[in-house]
Design a protein around this ligand. Sequence first.
Ligand code: NAD
Ligand code: UDP
Length: 313
Amino acid sequence: MTRRKILVTGGAGFIGSHLCERLLSEGNEVLCLDNYFTGSKENVVHLLDNPYFELIRHDIVHPFHVDVDQIYNLACPASPVHYQYNAIKTIKTSVMGAINMLGLAKRLKAKVLQASTSEVYGDPHIHPQPESYWGNVNPIGIRSCYDEGKRCAETLFMDYHRQNGVRIKIVRIFNTYGPRMNPEDGRVVSNFIVQALKGEDITIYGDGTQTRSFQYVDDMVEAMIRMMATDDSFTGPVNTGNPGEFTMIELARLILELTGSKSKLVFEPLPSDDPKQRKPDITLAKEKLDWEPKIQLREGLIKTIAYFDNILE
Ligand code: NAD
Ligand code: UDP
């Protein structure tokens, strides 16, 4: 077995911590870089005893030099509440972070994977969304710092590949949930579960008919690892998501059923530019990665509820 040296930026975040765990379990050496904006040491504290795990406090906006074989670039706040808190910092993180990681990959001839997002499709006019769809994104709205930052990062990845031969991979991640989501981070799955467990009102934004497709974090990590293992001719972008599509009302009802909670549904204003619908076309992932999600919403929610139940105690 080859022990690879792998850098994971944003490694102390929700998805990053699961990725670090998986890469270590496969016998790799993992360098986890994070500035702890939305992630925390708590998420990776259980890995600190592993001699092949290293935790580094660093902000990806500044260059970082280290000798590695692979880079997973995940550093960026992902929840609207957090990425809108300091919009300029969010776009700097995506754009300058991409430039710094691509520069590093170029020098080292390392493979670099970008955690892109279904947000590149904006409020989509094509449903479900294939990778060939260019999207419908507002360039000047409150979500733009995230959406356009991620779009620009994709452009940079493709340009470094075409111009400098950098070995790149782009995955477009659809809404992902699971244990170690930050209970305060404002995303719908964590909000609804925490509200249900505490017996508080479930806050539905808008009329609750907007849809999302939710994938469990283990499926997502599997897709990223398979993507990194593809040969250099396949750069993506490739969608990773679970095509099961649910309205926010359906999600709320399922969470109420699974928690046995008596919380009431309350309706609050819809944030601006909130996409009406979201569902991945995963034909390309099936073909190129031989991947499809294994964990459906009910099963994934049961695991996630158990996690929140434990931390809220
Ligand atoms: P998260 O907020 O839990 O993790 C992001 C991590 O990046 C955190 O640990 C944070 O502290 C770190 N970070 C932020 N800015 C940084 C900076 N300037 N320098 C260094 N570290 C920084 O979010 P997540 O859900 O784990 O998302 C991980 C990645 O996946 C993000 O790039 C996100 O855009 C992408 N993604 C996530 C989802 C999802 O549904 N969770 C969907 C699409 C894309
Ligand atoms: N949402 C909601 N109640 C909440 C949090 C979010 O109804 O307490 C809605 C939100 O308006 C959006 C969907 O749930 O339509 C998904 O929101 P999230 O922030 O999780 O992800 P994103 O909008 O980035 O897909």
